[in-house]
Ligand binder design. Sequence first.
Ligand code: SF4
Ligand code: SF4
Length: 188
Amino acid sequence: MTTRQIVIDQGLDFLQRVGTEQICKVCIMNGGSCCSGCVHLADGRGCTLRNTSCTAWLCGFLGFLLYETGLYQEWTEFWRQVPGRNYRMDNTPDIFPISKALPKRNLQFLSHELAEDLNALSLLHPQKRYILDLREQIDNCLDELFYWKSPEKQTTIKNKLRLLSKDFSRFNQALASYRKDTESSVNS
Ligand code: SF4
Ligand code: SF4
């Protein structure tokens, strides 16, 4: 058994280790805060009603980071166990059963590189919605990737995702070394 508060804390701890805050900073600087207009957002205090729904939710950038590092599935499977998620609130019971835990991974260096790439892109394309449109396109791409099962469709969508992320040069380089290190530690 677990509690509503424990899964929220575990989710936040996972995101903190993964380093998502760095990506959020760039997104927010570009006017993309996903908390924008929420009644639970208080000036200087941030979120006043932290809930399971918002904790579990992934935008295109965070989804992309978890997808590329092989953690997307683990994240969604973890949250699938949590009932009562809703839009900007939850009806999650105080206590409920759970069997799967979240892994603990420090990916701060990868998030840092992605944030740097996004920052550089936002300076290169100062038009207001550039970064936000990119985030939405990546998000749609991930949705399609998990919806379509045929190998042909999967290849097309993966190529589309590669194209959308082609300018993430620092991130792509760091990801290649991360994958190499992960592979060699599995094989040793
Ligand atoms: S939309 Fe994504 S990157 Fe932007 S602030 Fe929200 S979680 Fe962070
Ligand atoms: S409830 Fe969700 S959208 Fe609203 S401030 Fe909190 S985290 Fe942001």
